[in-house]
Design a protein around this ligand. Structure first.
Ligand code: SF4
Ligand code: SF4
Length: 222
């Protein structure tokens, strides 16, 4: 899932200040799961903005809606009427959702209400951790399902740096050493020999370092 955090209310107010009619549009998938973009968060943010703007003696009409996913045209379409009724849209989706809206509604300003942070998982209620940096060439099979690119602070592919203490990363002791986890997991899986194999320098071209990427499925193009 994509994990994000709601922007501070003050920052949002500065962004929306010129508009008198605003649609706050939530997204019911990833950002709902991390408690920043679902229906409840749309309602809470709308109330906070109304209150804050009232205290500043500013008038604004705020409409609320949430669609299933803002990154898919099929769902974006459901918001078309509400978008048309308003001067601007404050999107509580990830950056992909914001840009998908901006492409679909080219003459309406679309503003981000969320800081998109990472691809991650929910470890337990309220705790989200980064697990994947979308490198474009997944190497998890070699590393026992633990990503050294994301979870090792130095992105080491050929063993630990030697600086970990009691299984913690020397860069940030609050973080588990990814290589300790990799070694433990490969040992558990009986794949310890993976550690002896030389991993050549990674080709970063399929990653974001090679520029914005595309994924094309010819069999689905119409
Ligand atoms: S190896 Fe690449 S694709 Fe696989 S989890 Fe790590 S960053 Fe993500
Ligand atoms: S201590 Fe472990 S996680 Fe931290 S940089 Fe070294 S090998 Fe990577």
């Amino acid at each position: 899932m994509i994990v994000g955090e709601q922007k501070p209310v003050r920052e949002i107010i500065d962004t929306i200040i010129r508009y008198k009619k605003l649609l706050i549009l939530g997204c019911g998938t990833c950002v709902k799961t991390c408690f920043v973009g679902g229906e409840d968060e749309v309602a809470a943010l709308a109330s906070a903005l109304r209150l804050a703007l009232k205290q500043e003696d500013r008038k604004i009409e705020i409409e609320e809606q949430t669609v299933e996913r803002q990154c898919e045209n099929e769902f974006i379409q459901e918001a078309a009427n509400a978008v048309a009724r308003n001067e601007a849209v404050l999107s509580l989706a990830c950056g992909a959702g914001v840009q998908a809206l901006a492409k679909r509604f080219g003459d309406t300003p679309v503003l981000p209400g969320v800081n998109t942070t990472f691809i991650g998982i929910q470890q337990k209620p309220g705790l989200f951790t980064e697990e994947c940096q979308g490198c474009g060439n997944c190497v998890l099979a070699v590393f026992g399902g633990i990503c050294p690119i994301t979870r090792c602070s130095k992105k080491l592919l050929n063993g630990p740096c030697g600086g970990s203490q009691k299984g913690r990363c020397e860069i940030n002791p609050e973080t588990e050493c990814a290589w300790q986890l990799i070694i433990d997991r490969l040992t558990l899986l009986g794949q310890h020999k993976n550690l002896r194999a030389y991993i050549p320098p990674k080709n970063w071209q399929p990653s974001i370092s090679g520029g914005p990427r595309k994924y094309i499925r010819e069999d689905h193009i119409i």
